[in-house]
Ligand binder design. Structure first.
Ligand code: GLU
Length: 292
């Protein structure tokens, strides 16, 4: 189902694992510009699902930094930590469809099985528990059974991309036994529940897209359009993140930060003197570059 352009709904979905940095601002700006260029809505969703990785106060700092850059959510900000019931309902439907099984493997168990099987693709779960976990081992996570089939999508920039679900992806975790929801399930449920028509996000999530599309179909949701934008890398070639030591965005100079983000997205230097003027010029430029 192709979303109607008149009802464009986009989102920016940061994980509050640290402050806003040059990389997350770039993704935020790209998704905001895409929404504005299409005359659509832009919504911020805080993906605070993983308590050990959440930094207290980071969500608020991210939101404040975005406001200083002129990027504000058109609707109340949604927090994933408050949406467990929605994820549970989707999980129950997958369970009822026979698509979920309990898995007792630790990461080490998985690695050992993979190492022992020459040629098994790295990162693909070897289905140890697919026919039932050993009765004496506690369940650690719930996995979604994937079919022996391809899942494909067409990225607006990179073009067509395809993965084979069993060979390239494998049965993936949707819930941990301790109750934590996996990003893959939460993102699919929220994008559908929030009626998101267009996803603009970092290229690090490019190869997560086919499995998310599979999950959308399993739940009867429509598939949004996708655009993955280039990551901002540090000098070692790593994605900027808290782990790679990304520094907090200097929001004393939001225009400088926005200009850098725009250049990274392939937009020209607008030499604008205010945030309002910058954003206006950037919307026009984005419309020319990105709209069909
Ligand atoms: N929360 C994810 C992140 O910060 C983004 C998820 C998405 O855009 O689908 O990397």
């Amino acid at each position: 189902m192709t979303p109607n352009r008149g009802q464009y709904r986009g989102r920016f979905a940061p994980s509050p694992t640290g402050p806003l940095h040059a990389g997350s601002l770039t993704t935020a700006l790209a998704s905001w510009l895409d929404a504005r260029a299409a005359g659509g809505a832009w919504i911020i969703r805080i993906e605070d699902l993983d308590p050990p990785r959440i930094v207290p106060g980071a969500a608020q700092r991210i939101l404040e930094a975005l406001v200083r850059c002129g990027l504000e959510s058109d609707e109340p900000v949604v927090f994933q930590s408050a949406r467990g019931e929605l994820y549970q309902a989707a999980f129950a439907r997958l369970q009822a469809a026979g698509l979920i099984y309990g898995c007792a493997c630790s990461r080490r168990d998985v690695d050992e099985v993979i190492e022992a099987q020459a040629g098994w693709p790295a990162g693909v779960y070897p289905r140890t528990c697919a026919a039932g976990a050993a009765p004496n081992k506690p369940i650690r996570a719930y996995r979604l059974r994937v079919p022996d089939a391809k899942s494909r999508f067409t990225d607006r920039a990179a073009g067509p991309f395809m993965q084979h679900m069993t060979n390239d992806v494998g049965d993936f975790v949707v819930k941990r036994a301790d109750g934590l929801w996996a990003y893959q399930l939460a993102v699919v449920v929220d994008d559908a529940e929030q009626k998101i028509t267009d996803i603009v996000r970092g290229a690090d999530l490019f190869d997560n897209t086919p499995r998310q599309i599979y999950l959308q179909r399993a739940l009867g949701f429509s598939t949004p359009r996708y655009l993955h934008v280039p990551l901002v890398l540090n000098t070692a070639g790593e994605k900027l993140s808290k782990q790679t030591g990304a520094t907090e965005l200097d929001t004393a100079h939001p225009l400088t930060a926005l200009n850098r983000a725009a250049l990274h997205l392939g937009l020209p230097d607008f030499a604008a003197h205010s945030i309002e003027a910058f954003l206006r010029l950037a919307i026009d430029s984005w419309r020319e570059k990105r709209q069909p």
